[in-house]
Design a protein around this ligand. Sequence first.
Ligand SMILES: NC(=O)c1ccc[n+]([C@@H]2O[C@H](COP(=O)([O-])OP(=O)(O)OC[C@H]3O[C@@H](n4cnc5c(N)ncnc54)[C@H](OP(=O)(O)O)[C@@H]3O)[C@@H](O)[C@H]2O)c1
Length: 368
Amino acid sequence: MATAADTTAMRRAVALAARGLGFTSPNPVVGCVVLDASGHEVGAGYHQRAGGPHAEVHALRQAGVLARGGTAYVTLEPCDHTGRTGPCSQALIEAGIARVVYAVADPDPRAGGGAATLRAAGVRVEEGLLADEAEAGNAAWLTSVRLGRPHVRWKYAATLDGRVAAADGTSRWITSPESRADVHRLRAEADAVVVGSGTARADDPHLAVRGVDGAAQPLRVVVDTEATAVKPGARVLDDAAPTLVAVAEDAAAGHLDGVGVVQLPRAADGRGLSVPALLAALHERGVRSVLLEGGPTLAGAFAAEGAVDEVVGYLAPVLLGAGPAALGDAGIATLADALRLRVTGTDRLGPDLRVTARPVRPSTTKET
Ligand SMILES: NC(=O)c1ccc[n+]([C@@H]2O[C@H](COP(=O)([O-])OP(=O)(O)OC[C@H]3O[C@@H](n4cnc5c(N)ncnc54)[C@H](OP(=O)(O)O)[C@@H]3O)[C@@H](O)[C@H]2O)c1
């Protein structure tokens, strides 16, 4: 049975893990707290960047000899393999930790097994404390390991009547500066930001992160089947962040010389590019999390493929009465087939409301 002290320590480990968001890909975010034998915190740490020490190593270093006989709280099962750093299971055993409590089991077959190694060495091991919170914090990495494709967070900014642009195509700005600043935080957490050719044409978006201290820039991706939307001089082609233009295998993309281009198969229904192929190509490039910034047509195609893992809607207290809806055709014709979501957060941002939700049934799309 977990005590209140166990829960407090794990909650702190979950909060520490979140500090690594945007910096650890293709690795998970992980937090660790070490209490000594009498229950005092003697070490805390998190995985700060890919290739750097794991959370356990930071926390154990801080704890030193005080870790002996103590408890380690880790948001993810300690790894059991020697990658760029040694196995954490071994580090915990060598530090004399008596008990390990972890939130979520490691689904990566190459890294799992840490719990068994710890038990074999006589360490008491417990799994599952605050698993939901830890899982939510690591959603991108867990999705990418389980499904073999990046986690997709779809973000849109709409009026209260659900429109993302006016009838004449104008869309700047529906939401407040506070909401727009929050989108930059989402971009900073993502490995890639994706838009369709319609958005590239209408808005000439920049898609880089601005105003977030120390942020890593995501890969900017435009899904431009015919290679006609991204033209020399487009804002997305500046040097603020890397850019990839996804085009059809048979598209003439000569004018994009010097720009990152990936050629992909067309969608089976002939409307644009294959979404699974796009996600596979991004995964191959190390992308574990995608922020899909629309527009509605491309978002509909992702939803139809079961490739929306999280929705972040910014709703402004504005009415338009005409103009495109946030989500285009997602292949849903009847209410029984509606994509049902569970709301995971509601927040006020300036005058706007931010609603975060996840599909009730987890996505299943796998790499092709
Ligand atoms: N408020 C917001 O949050 C927000 C966000 C984004 C955009 N917008 C607004 O939305 C409008 C643009 O909407 P949109 O729906 O035309 O743009 P979009 O979704 O960005 O682009 C649609 C285009 O993407 C291409 N595409 C490539 N693969 C596809 C696939 N598998 N399925 C579907 N399409 C695919 C298609 O053109 P090709 O195949 O020819 O390339 C398609 O016409 C603009 O007014 C913009 O301001 C608003």
